[in-house]
Design a protein around this ligand. Structure first.
Ligand code: PLP
Length: 380
């Protein structure tokens, strides 16, 4: 059997990883500033993570959610403390898309409405909102109809207010990732909060990519000092082990049968999640994300060929004055540095581990300036 070919692959086979580094089967070392779509939050194979996972595996790996699973409570407790959402309730699932589908379903249960407001160029996973994932009409599934979904330009207060009314939910990314790192204004987030409260709509913050300390705060929306009704989490939560969840306001009551899951919150997923929270807290990784992020952003702004640098902490978009595909390829194949792409083809995404060091950041800056310089010489 062959693999279903739906995304492009680099012809590189990583066989080992440690911290911010990957090794391929020929022993070549790569600096990983992408972490497999923003997943690697505490670095590859962190010793505390490996220990926690091994200890859990020796005890029990899986049983269904028909029994009390103590590690779920431990994770919820630690997550509440670190995120500042102690009064919220946690529902476990397995991926970002699943978290967002559940959030929309929950919102609809809560107020009985259908219309959803989302933002142009946003990405919430392969959900019923994914109509805008591509401009290629040949791969837009009719089943994902735009019915009941209204897309509004990000940070456009007037368009948003016009679309508001008898709305079920407004869903917004803490920072748009796939779009190439577009940051919502603090005032815009506050406006959404106010309008949702006024209209009885549910405010859903998709922190799947921007959460878990990546922005320098536990959640990117915390910069705006507003509290959504539901927050979705995944990616960095398990540092590579599939685990996701919803933080749900106490204003939204639970009822048996409302949501359900087979794998969500299994023992191993929770062990991974607990280890990640321990390391973020003990190693002060949010502080590191802010410090190294600011350093990278300031340095990159001075490099010729860079049009704009956007982002917060270690969620950074570098928009070039030209298509970035060749630059990313040169970074991987000539300098052995992984970065990410974006739907905006001129933008490179950096989503490194939150414990990346300054010397590792310097290795990237050196490689990046060399690649840009030679690219600009070639086109001159
Ligand atoms: N939400 C956001 C903001 C994302 O960036 C992604 C994935 O890139 C998802 C949801 C979907 O997550 P998953 O691939 O785990 O379903």
């Amino acid at each position: 059997m062959k693999l279903f070919d739906v995304y492009p692959l680099f012809d590189i086979e990583p066989v080992k990883a440690q911290g911010s580094w990957l090794w391929d089967k020929a022993g070549q070392k790569y600096l990983d500033l992408y972490g497999g779509h923003a997943v690697i939050s505490i670095g590859h194979s962190h010793p505390h993570y490996v220990k926690k996972m091994e200890e859990q595996l020796e005890k029990i790996a899986f049983y269904s959610n028909s029994v009390k699973i103590k590690v779920q409570e431990e994770l919820a407790e630690k997550l509440g403390e670190l995120s500042g959402y102690q009064t919220y309730n946690l529902f476990f699932c397995n991926s970002g898309a699943e978290a967002n589908e559940n959030a929309l379903k929950l919102a609809s249960f809560h107020n009985g409405r259908k219309k959803i407001i989302a933002f142009e160029k946003s990405f919430h996973g392969r959900t019923s909102l994914a109509v805008a994932a591509t401009n290629d009409k040949s791969i837009q599934a009719p089943v994902n109809s735009e019915h009941n979904i209204v897309f509004v330009p990000l940070n456009d207060a007037d368009a948003f207010k016009k679309a508001m009314g008898e709305v079920c939910a407004v869903i917004i990314e803490g920072i748009q990732g796939v779009a190439g790192i577009q940051v919502p204004n603090n005032d815009f987030l506050k406006l959404i909060r106010e309008e949702c409260t006024k209209n009885g709509a549910v405010m859903i913050l998709d922190e799947v990519q921007s959460g878990y300390g990546r922005s320098g705060k536990f959640f990117a929306h915390s910069f705006a000092d507003c509290r959504p009704d539901i927050i979705t989490i995944a990616k960095g939560m398990g540092n590579g082990f599939p685990v996701a969840g919803l933080l749900i306001s106490p204003e939204i009551p639970s009822k048996h049968g409302m949501l359900g899951t087979t794998f969500g919150g299994n023992y191993l997923a929770c062990a991974a999640g607990i280890a990640v929270l321990d390391v973020i807290k003990d190693e002060k990784l949010m502080h590191n994300a802010t410090a190294i992020g600011n350093y990278l952003i300031e340095k990159m702004k001075t490099i010729k060929g860079v049009k704009e640098v956007r982002g917060k902490g270690l969620m950074i978009g570098i928009e070039l004055e030209f298509n970035a595909t060749q630059v990313r390829g040169d970074l991987v194949f000539k300098h052995h540095i992984f970065t990410g792409s974006a739907s905006n083809k001129n933008t490179i995404r950096l989503l490194p581990p939150l414990n990346i060091s300054k010397s590792e950041a310097d290795i990237f800056l050196e490689g990046f300036s060399t690649v840009l310089k030679s690219h600009l010489q070639t086109v001159a």
